[in-house]
Design a protein around this ligand. Structure first.
Ligand code: PHE
Length: 434
C-alpha cells in the first residue's frame, strides 16, 4: 500500500497539477480534475487492482490469463511504449529537482528578484550539458537503486518521507496565507470560472487525473499483484486517491498566492514551480534549510514514482522476452536514458524542433498523459467493465462476499459507461468534430 501511494504521489501532483491548472484557467479545471478523479480515476484504479490481484501477474500475462482466447494482451505493448515516453520526460523534471536541490545547498537560490528566478531557470535548461547531465544522473540513481535491489528500502524510507512532505506542504500553505497575492491566487486556483474552460482543458484534466494516480501505465497492476487477499481494494483506492489529490491541491494553494504576489504569469507552463518556489523560500526564516529539505523530499517522491515506472518495463522484458533481470534492467536503462536525453535537449540543442507546435519535452509530456495514460486507463476500464467475468470483479471488490454492494455497482457502472463516454469525447475532440 505504501509503495502504491509512493508511486502515485510525485511530480505529477506537486509540479504538474499547478501548472496545468495555470495553463487551463484555474478553478474550473480543478473542479473537472476532481470530478475525473472520483468518476473515472478511482474506478480505473480499481480495475487495475482487480487485474493485478486476481492474477498476481504483470500486465501482459495477466491479460493473457484473463482473456485467453483473444489477442487483447497485445495492448500491453502500447502501455510499455507509453511508460518509456513518460520516463523520458519525467526524468528531465527530476533532473531539474536535483539541480534546484544542488543550488539550494550552495546558496544559489537566495537573494534574487522574480525575473532573476526566471533567468536562472532559463539559463539552466538552456545549458544542454547541465540539463541532460542531471537527467542522466537521476536515471543512474534510479537504476542503481533498482539494480542493487534496494528499492524496497527506498519505499520504506518514503513511507516516512511522504508524511513529512505532506507536513511541509501544510507549513508552506500556511505561509501562503500571509502573502499579498493570497486572495487572487486562491480565487484563480479554486474559484471555477467556466468561461475560461475549454474542451482541451477538460481533456487535460482527465489526462492529469490519470497521470497523477499512475493509471494506464500498468504500475497499479504490478503493485496490486502483491496485495494480500483481504486488503479492502475500494477503501485503499479511495484513500490513495484522496491523499494524492490533497497533495496536488496543497501544491496549488502554495504556488498561486506566490504567483500573484511575485508577478508571475499563471500560464507559464512547466517552468512555473521552479520559478515561483525559490521566492517562497526566500520569504521564510531559514529559507535555505527549508529549500534543501523540501527538494530532498520532492526528490524521493519522484524517485518512488520512477521506480514504479521502471519496474513496469523491466518486468516486461524479464517475463515476456525471457531476459535475465539484469539484462532487462540494463535495456530499460538504455532506452529510458535515450528518450530522456532527447527530451532534455528540447530546451537547448533541439529547441528548434517542434511537432504539432510543441517542443519535444512538451510533446512527450502531453502524449504521456493525454494519449498513453488516458488510452491505457480507459482500455483497462472497458476491458474490466465489459469483458471480464463479473464474478471476478465482485469477488475482488467484496473480498469474496464482504463489502458494500453500492460500491461494486458504481464501479461497474463507471467502467462500463462513464469511461467509454470519455473516450468518445476525446475522439470527437481530437478529430475536430466538437
Ligand atoms: N503518478 C505519478 C506522479 O504523480 C507519475 C506516475 C505515472 C508514476 C504513472 C507511475 C506511473 O508523479
Amino acid at each position: 500500500m505504501a509503495a502504491t501511494a509512493g508511486s502515485a504521489v510525485g511530480l505529477g501532483n506537486i509540479w504538474r497539477l499547478p501548472y496545468e491548472a495555470g495553463v487551463n484557467g484555474g478553478g474550473a479545471f480543478i473542479l473537472v480534475f476532481i470530478l475525473c478523479i472520483i468518476l473515472l480515476g478511482i474506478p480505473v484504479m480499481l480495475s487495475e487492482f482487480i487485474i493485478g490481484r486476481s492474477t498476481h501477474k504483470t500486465i501482459k500475462s495477466a491479460l493473457r490469463q484473463l482473456s485467453p482466447k483473444t489477442k487483447i494482451y497485445r495492448f500491453s505493448h502500447f502501455v510499455i511504449i507509453g511508460v518509456l515516453i513518460t520516463l523520458g520526460f519525467y526524468s528531465v523534471v527530476c533532473g531539474w529537482v536535483i539541480e534546484y536541490l544542488y543550488q539550494a545547498i550552495v546558496g544559489g537560490l537566495s537573494g534574487h528578484t522574480s525575473s532573476e528566478y526566471t533567468q536562472i531557470f532559463n539559463g539552466f535548461v538552456g545549458n544542454g550539458w547541465q540539463c541532460v547531465g542531471w537527467t542522466i544522473g537521476f536515471l543512474a540513481v534510479n537504476f542503481l537503486v533498482m539494480g542493487q535491489g534496494v528499492q524496497k528500502g527506498i519505499e520504506r524510507i518514503s513511507s516516512i518521507m511522504m508524511p513529512l512532505l505532506f507536513l511541509f506542504l501544510v507549513v508552506f500553505a500556511v505561509k501562503a496565507l500571509f502573502m499579498p497575492g493570497f486572495k487572487d491566487g486562491i480565487e484563480f486556483f479554486l474559484y471555477p470560472d467556466f468561461s475560461k474552460l475549454t474542451m482541451r482543458g477538460v481533456i487535460d484534466a482527465m489526462g492529469q487525473a490519470f497521470m497523477s494516480l499512475s493509471l494506464g501505465a500498468a504500475a497499479m497492476i504490478i503493485y496490486s499483484s502483491y496485495f494480500n487477499d483481504d486488503a479492502p481494494l475500494a477503501k485503499d483506492a479511495t484513500i490513495i486517491a484522496g491523499v494524492n489529490t490533497l497533495v496536488g491541491l496543497l501544491a496549488g494553494i502554495i504556488i498561486f498566492p506566490a504567483v500573484f504576489s511575485f508577478g508571475f504569469e499563471p500560464q507559464s507552463g512547466p517552468r512555473l514551480f521552479f520559478e515561483v518556489l525559490p521566492g517562497v523560500f526566500q520569504q521564510m526564516a531559514g529559507g535555505q534549510m527549508w529549500a534543501i529539505m523540501f527538494f530532498t523530499l520532492v526528490f524521493f517522491a519522484a524517485l518512488t514514482s520512477t521506480i514504479s515506472l521502471s519496474e513496469v518495463v523491466i518486468s516486461f522484458f524479464h517475463e515476456e522476452c525471457h531476459m535475465s533481470r539484469n539484462s532487462s534492467l540494463a535495456l530499460t536503462a538504455v532506452l529510458a536514458i535515450a528518450v530522456a536525453s532527447v527530451s532534455a535537449m528540447a530546451f537547448n540543442v533541439l529547441d528548434h524542433v517542434t511537432v504539432f507546435g510543441m517542443n519535444l519535452f512538451d510533446l512527450f509530456n502531453t502524449l504521456s498523459s493525454n494519449l498513453f495514460m488516458l488510452g491505457g486507463g480507459i482500455f483497462t476500464a472497458v476491458f474490466v467493465g465489459w469483458f471480464l467475468d463479473r464474478q471476478i470483479i465482485i469477488d475482488q471488490l467484496s473480498n469474496h462476499g464482504r463489502c458494500n454492494r453500492g460500491i461494486i455497482n458504481f464501479t461497474i457502472f463507471a467502467l462500463r459507461y462513464i469511461a467509454p463516454v470519455a473516450v468518445i469525447m476525446i475522439f470527437l475532440f481530437s478529430t475536430g468534430i466538437i
